[in-house]
Design a protein around this ligand. Sequence first.
Ligand SMILES: N[C@@H](CCC(=O)N[C@@H](CS)C(=O)NCC(=O)O)C(=O)O
Length: 216
Amino acid sequence: MGMTKHRLTLYVDTLWDSPWAMSAFVALTEKGVDFEVREVNLQKKEHFTPAYPSRTRRIPMLEADTFQLAESSAIAEYLEELFPPPEFESLLPKKLTQRATCREVMAWMRSDFMPLRKERPTSSLFFQQPVKQPLSPEAAAHMDRFLRGADSLIDENRLTLFDQWCLADTDLAVMIQRLNLNGTSLPPKLKAFAEAQWERPSVKHWRDHARPPYSS
Ligand SMILES: N[C@@H](CCC(=O)N[C@@H](CS)C(=O)NCC(=O)O)C(=O)O
């Protein structure tokens, strides 16, 4: 990890279970800068106490010296400007249309598929607690729509969306893994994409972090 003149702190949930905290964590890790992580216990409602100074009362939040910023996609954009490529790893592609599509995917993952996200929660990924219950018809319809969109985004034999890794790869992989790791059989290219992204060191770092015992 590299030195930076900024003192960086990322606030995540105690369970290390939030896909959006994960995205911010991956963004910071990819930038290769030193940062501290502080855990906020959502079960104990610590995010509603004055000790947690976030405006949105959600995690993640990034603190850069005295500046505080919530919303994982805003955090990614800020980090990209604070630690710009080529000196630092890029979070967004260079080419305008790819950059725009990366932002589209990130916004899409954050705003859509609520029933699917609920029925295939990230606890099934990070605590290896597969969900056995079949998807409700509503979630299944969301899954079909998601898979059609993902299929059109990911090229055959390609393990990233574009020629270089971008943060949307991570966000998209999480959504695919909600299905893959819970036993849904997927088109091979989507499975290969998600499994390759899952092994990316920054993602593995998040996955492998110590967690308290699982309790549903
Ligand atoms: N759009 C936000 C979503 C953040 C979010 O939903 N965080 C959840 C954890 S995944 C949270 O803080 N939940 C606690 C609560 O809402 O009470 C982002 O991308 O950062």
